[in-house]
Design a protein around this ligand. Structure first.
Ligand code: TYM
Length: 396
């Protein structure tokens, strides 16, 4: 038993699991900082953000982006005049959820505030390799559809470079090969929990997710610092591969900012595309969105009388968390919702009705922008040709 526990990858505990492919249970975020060896985003970093940007974004104020590696280093260099680039990505599936938007909204904010380029990877290969059902045709199609959600958030086409692994392989592969040469099978097994039955595509794949950490440095012929905003489930790629290999290849170690998971609509667990009943998809019709919100689990009591007397439990309530993450930017309003909820003044039905209207409005606006993104998508996609940074729209 002890041996078995020892061989589990970091992030897999008796209480919860956080790996790139599975997030379940009651995630203890403090324990993840400890296990993964990251640092908490504390006051000194918040102060630095305030000094540079003049404000502290709600995701930072509220501890949604809560952990990091080398963020202080990258901000110091930025202050000294050295630019960095952003890197993040998506394992494409049929639809994007509100959960995926959390790191992307923050990435867009960072692009605006720091004028940083963004490199965005769609891992159609990963999704194919990790599924019994999906074909490569399907996962490539999903990449296109998920790209619309990304573009809908307003990224700057001049500073944003989007690619899908299978269509950008000529550019990616030489860097992947260099990384792969430094990663042993035993490292891949220890970091990701791969087993003898894992297909070798999956075993190679982590090198590909590490490639964009160095891609701009290679394409531009100079070392450029990289900052990765993502939820903490992606950490093994950086901890186990990219940061280990970087010094061996002469690159900077990529810095990270890790966020927590937007919960699903049920009791516990993250919002996940593979759990459609408890996820809000950006492609859901506004009527479905309202229906889903109204059917959500809450921290409410069994009867109105009990709730008036005891108050509800905001801390375990996904509805409250949606206000907290995305749907109430004003801290004093959020506090009022919390107080009204926990004191029994606000009943769950009313709270859901208010939230449902906000989510519906958000989705309607997002869907409009998503539709418009079809016209500009070629301004974002890079072609797999010499130099690697020419946009599809420049090739016409
Ligand atoms: P994927 O498609 O599982 O997730 C895309 C991004 O969304 C984050 N995420 C969430 N964030 C908040 N709340 C949630 N409920 C939630 N669910 C998912 C993920 O952490 C991720 O940032 N292998 C990757 C694709 C990828 C990538 C990257 C991701 C390639 N390169 C670089 C981040 C950074 C994947 O399958 O992500």
């Amino acid at each position: 038993m002890a041996d078995e526990a020892k061989s589990r990858p970091l992030g897999v505990t008796d209480e919860f699991t956080v790996t790139p492919w599975t997030v379940k249970g009651n995630v203890n975020y403090d324990k993840l900082i400890e296990q993964f060896g990251t640092s908490r985003i504390g006051d000194s970093i918040l102060e630095k953000f305030k000094k540079i940007t003049g404000e502290i974004h709600p995701f930072l104020r509220r501890g949604i982006f809560y952990s990091h590696r080398d963020l202080d280093w990258i901000l110091d260099r930025y202050e000294a005049g050295e630019e960095f680039f952003l890197y993040t990505g998506r394992g494409p599936s049929e639809s994007v959820t509100l959960g995926h938007l959390v790191p992307w909204i923050f990435t867009k904010y960072l692009q605006d505030k720091f004028g940083a380029e963004l490199y965005f990877q769609f891992t159609d290969d990963e999704k194919f390799l990790n599924s019994d059902k999906l074909t490569l045709e399907k996962t490539s199609k999903y990449s296109y559809s998920n790209m619309l959600d990304l573009i809908a958030l307003g990224f700057d086409p001049k500073k944003t470079f989007v690619f899908t692994d299978t269509r950008y392989m000529r550019t990616l592969y030489p860097i992947a090969a260099q990384i792969a040469k430094h990663v042993t099978l035993s490292t891949a097994k220890a970091v990701f929990g791969f087993e003898n039955s894992t297909n070798v595509g999956m075993i190679f794949f982590p090198t590909l997710e590490a490639v964009p950490c160095f891609l701009p440095s290679v394409l531009k012929g100079k070392n450029i610092p990289c900052l990765i905003p993502a939820a903490i489930d992606q950490d093994p790629y950086w901890r186990g591969i990219a940061r280990e290999v970087a010094p061996k290849l002469g690159f900077y170690k990529p810095a990270q900012m890790h966020c927590k998971f937007l919960p699903g609509l049920g009791q516990g667990g993250k919002m996940s595309a593979s759990d459609p009943e408890t996820a809000i998809f950006t492609t859901d019709s506004p009527a479905i969105v309202e229906k889903k919100v109204k059917a959500a689990f809450t921290g409410g009591r069994d009867t109105v009388e009990e709730q008036r007397r005891l108050g509800a439990r905001a801390d375990i309530c996904p509805i409250y968390h949606y206000y907290y993450y995305l749907f109430e930017e004003n801290d004093s309003e959020l506090r009022r919702i919390y107080d009204d909820c926990t004191s029994g003044r606000l009943l769950c039905g009313d709270c859901k009705t208010l939230l449902a209207a906000r989510v519906r409005e958000f989705i309607e606006r997002h869907q409009d922008k998503r539709e418009k993104a079809k016209e500009t998508i070629d301004d974002f996609i890079v072609e797999d040709i010499e130099g690697g940074l020419r946009k599809r729209s420049e090739m016409k």
